[in-house]
Design a protein around this ligand. Structure first.
Ligand code: NDP
Ligand code: 8X3
Length: 254
């Protein structure tokens, strides 16, 4: 069966972790890239590195800012408008605390970035896909969107929302040639825990202590599988865990 070969992908959260690994893998496979994030120095370095392999355009916006998102998509150079893959990856957990003690600013960040940000980017990119009656949206969800764990209620709620949005977007878009998929990772060692624990590297390291966690490249590999299926195949969702993890809170530490 002939594989599908994507030509141009837009990746949010490309400056770190899973998004960065997806960018590097897609560049190595010859897929042109629109790379998004807020850290301009990292975007610049990435463009310099990957431009040897494929055309790269970078966009600096906060996914919480709907106007900035729309302006960035509206000002894409013509050569970067035919987006056939959107990876909605930007997101993080902020804090890990019982609901009665958690910080409202952390709640706002998670809902605004993980849920509303994903919607804003999709809203701006969908017209480009609809115009060509072709496209693939891959939402990076989480095991946290499948199982709630203590102290993670709002992060889990944001990822449950991503799960619901993936299903709803698929229902609304499938007749128009747009596939919608979710890739739901378990524990992946990235900057994720450093962000969650507000720069506390010791606490972040403890999350992965004694286990062999996933690395960002494992998820990039999964996304590549999802977006290269033949046009009649849509992988609705994939849950990808480290072998040392059986459920959100069931981890085999040695
Ligand atoms: P990282 O912290 O390494 O990367 C997060 C990325 O998101 C960065 O590139 C960051 O870029 C971007 N980002 C964060 N906030 C914003 C914002 N407001 N506007 C624009 N971009 C933003 O974490 P991961 O790579 O691990 O996380 C990527 C995705 O994977 C997230 O959706 C996360 O929930 C999900 N995930 C992660 C798991 C893990 O264990 N690591 C497991 C399951 C899912 P910048 O700061 O430059 O804007
Ligand atoms: C990230 C995985 O278990 O830390 O979504 O929430 S977990």
């Amino acid at each position: 069966m002939a594989k599908h070969k994507p030509t141009l992908a837009l990746i949010t959260g490309a400056t770190s972790g899973i998004g960065l690994a997806i960018a590097e893998l897609l560049a190595s496979e010859g897929v042109s890239l629109v790379l998004c994030g807020r850290r301009q120095d990292r975007l610049n370095a990435l463009r310099t590195k990957l431009s040897d392999q494929v055309p790269v355009h970078t966009c600096n916006f906060d996914v919480r800012d709907a106007q900035a998102v729309q302006a960035a998509i509206d000002s894409l150079p013509a050569a970067f408008c035919h987006i056939d893959v959107l990876v909605n990856n930007a997101g993080n957990a902020h804090g890990l605390a019982p609901v009665e003690q958690a910080d409202i600013a952390d709640w706002d960040a998670m809902i605004d970035i993980n849920v509303k940000g994903l919607l804003y980017v999709s809203k701006a990119v969908m017209p480009l896909m609809l115009a060509q009656q072709r496209g693939h949206i891959v939402n990076i969800g989480s095991i946290a969107g499948k199982e709630v764990y203590p102290n993670g209620s709002v992060y889990c709620a944001s990822k449950f929302a991503v799960d619901a949005l993936t299903q709803g977007m698929r229902m609304d878009l499938f007749k128009q040639g747009i596939r919608v998929s979710a890739v739901n990772p378990g524990l992946v060692e990235t900057e994720f825990s450093l962000v969650r624990f507000k720069g506390d590297a010791t606490r972040a390291k403890q999350v992965y202590q004694g286990i062999n966690p996933l690395v960002a490249e494992d998820i990039a590999d999964t996304v590549w599988y999802v977006i290269t299926r033949p046009p009649h195949v849509n992988i609705a969702e994939m849950l990808v865990l480290p072998s040392d993890q059986a459920a959100s809170t069931l981890v085999n530490r040695r």
